[in-house]
Design a protein around this ligand. Structure first.
Ligand SMILES: [Zn+2]
Length: 170
């Protein structure tokens, strides 16, 4: 299971021997980086990478777990898709492992008893700093900011990578 940060940090699906799965939303989020997109398309074509859509049931289970640990605020729809697909795989007897540096994903994965590992354990040392921002007035928000909407104009916040080793991903 690969989240957006894994791909943006330069994870190459070809170097790992294991079957890799991601979700439609992750594919959407990496669209802005043509190099990574090309890499993923090639991986898809060769069957190294699979895109899976989670069921409503597994998404609901993720929401329950996220509420329990108080992380719902910090999970994007993309994060929830990743957790939900992992939950589905687990229920079908697989042992999915989520590759992510996102603490909220890790926290909810622990609650769901899903394994995860950070990018560093895969030898990827670059650290991504996510920043939440308002797409309307471009105000940036600290991680402690507890609301999903912009305090100034009420627009739903988005997140982007603040520092990135690969160019062109904002
Ligand atoms: Zn705003």
């Amino acid at each position: 299971m690969l989240d957006t940060s894994a791909f943006l940090a330069g994870l190459n699906p070809f170097v790992s021997g294991e079957e890799q799965i991601t979700t439609p939303k992750v594919m959407q989020e990496v669209k802005t980086n043509s190099l990574i997109q090309l890499r993923l398309r090639t991986a898809l074509k060769h069957g190294i990478l699979t895109v899976k859509i989670p069921s409503m049931d597994s998404l609901a289970e993720v929401n329950v777990a996220a509420n329990k640990v108080g992380d719902s605020f910090f999970l994007s729809d993309t994060d929830k898709q990743i957790l939900a697909v992992a939950q589905e795989l687990k229920m079908s007897g697989y042992q999915p492992k989520i590759v992510t540096d996102d603490y909220s994903i890790q926290n909810v994965a622990t609650q769901l008893k899903i394994e995860f590992c950070s990018l560093a354990t895969l030898g990827i040392r670059s650290i991504l700093i996510w920043v939440r921002y308002c797409p309307a007035c471009y105000r940036e928000y600290a991680p402690e900011y507890n609301l999903k909407e912009c305090a100034i104009c009420g627009t739903k916040l988005k997140r982007k990578v603040k520092s990135n080793p690969e160019k062109g991903t904002s």
